[in-house]
Design a protein around this ligand. Structure first.
Ligand SMILES: Cc1ncc(C[n+]2csc(CCOP(=O)(O)OP(=O)(O)O)c2C)c(N)n1
Ligand SMILES: [Mg+2]
Length: 343
């Protein structure tokens, strides 16, 4: 069904909202992964929640639960299954399957038709961004191109940032341990080192890391070491929107379309830095260029080539991280505008 929570799958949200019982197998049920999305507060408050986690401290921490089981998810699942009769769950199974199928295809269809981000009332940042750079791809256009170019068995890592987060609902995985995410610590700079680690662990699997241009700047010093002989080859996609977008999203929303300290250097070229470090550096501006560069880079990984793909985007910004947890600021200190200096 795809992930719940921040920029997750609307289909998963609609389905879980109908649940009588939720078996949360090996999950912290952390706030980011369960917060309301698309205006739907989907968490089934009346349902019985069975939470299974290896760490007892996490059980019942974020959500009210009915039953907590401390244990290894696989072993607990095997033990639960062994206690069930062979016909358990058969009643209404076909109807449930049909509902899941229908809900999922409706959502996938919606997702392919989404191109742009909405503005909140009183803000115009996204509209202005589209008008300022009408020829540039939006983040969602880039994610659709990525969907097409990503090999089926790839491991991906995602950084903290607005463009990475918009992508949460796009890639799908047929196996576990394919999606590395920074989790609740949320450190910018996670995408690049984590995908290097994934490739060391799985040398024959294509790996693709994703970072925003701000977050990538935090981790880019690794570029000076990882072209040495003994390092594995990876693909790194850098979303170039010339801003600390996630921070700008919060400020435009809660400070009347205003922002400060979020601009990045437009003259910097990550593709050129990659070349200077001995890698392949590619700058792409269209969906087909992105899809092709991604496909080629995954083949190249097996031939000793690491590629950094700099994707030029417009400056549209999606949902803020925690709309549910933040409010408009209130005046406390009474700052006088005469005390500030016009920049
Ligand atoms: C180490 C660290 N510093 C600061 C932050 C706060 N932070 C979260 S998202 C973000 C902006 C990310 O910008 P960018 O990587 O360019 O991605 P974009 O939002 O533009 O897609 C910042 C500064 C953080 N999460 N981690
Ligand atoms: Mg950015």
């Amino acid at each position: 069904m795809g992930p719940l929570g921040y920029n997750g799958s609307k289909a998963a949200m609609e389905i879980i909202s109908k649940a009588d019982v939720v078996l949360a197998l090996g999950t912290r049920l952390n706030p980011f992964s369960t917060l309301p999305g698309y205006g739907i507060d989907y968490w089934p408050k009346e349902a019985k929640i069975i939470q299974v986690d290896f760490n007892s401290d996490r059980i019942g921490l974020a959500k009210k639960i009915s039953i907590g089981i401390c244990g290894d998810a696989k072993l607990v699942a095997q033990q639960i299954l062994s206690q069930l009769s062979s016909t358990a769950g058969d009643s209404g199974r076909e109807d449930r399957k049909a509902l899941i199928h229908q809900t999922k295809s409706a959502w996938l269809q919606t997702l392919t038709s989404l191109d742009h981000e909405e503005d909140d009332e009183g803000t115009t940042w996204n509209k202005d961004s589209r008008e300022r750079d009408p020829d540039r791809m939006s983040p969602r256009m880039a994610w659709r191109a990525i969907q097409v170019g990503l090999p089926e068995d790839a491991i991906i890592s995602s950084d903290i940032g607005n463009n990475c987060a918009i992508g949460n609902a796009y890639p799908t995985f047929e196996q576990g341990r394919k999606y590395l995410a920074p989790g609740l610590f949320g450190p910018c700079g996670y995408g690049f080192p984590s995908v290097l680690g994934a490739k060391i662990g799985c040398p024959n699997t294509p790996v693709v890391g994703f970072s925003g241009d701000g977050a990538f700047g935090i981790s880019m010093s690794e570029m000076t070491s990882c072209s040495r002989e003994e390092w594995p080859n990876i693909t790194m996609v850098i979303f170039r929107n010339y801003q600390w977008g996630a921070e700008k999203r919060n400020t435009t929303l809660w400070y009347d379309n205003n922002f400060i300290g979020t601009e990045l250097d437009p003259k910097l070229s990550y593709a050129k830095i990659a070349e200077a470090c001995g890698f392949k550096g590619v700058k792409v501006t269209t969906q087909s260029e992105l899809t092709e560069a991604l496909k080629a880079s995954c083949v190249d990984q097996m031939n000793g080539i690491t590629t950094f793909i700099e994707v030029i985007l417009n400056q549209e910004l999606g949902e803020p991280f925690r709309r549910d947890a933040m409010k408009a600021p209130v005046e406390v200190a009474g700052i006088n505008s005469k005390d500030t200096v016009v920049q």
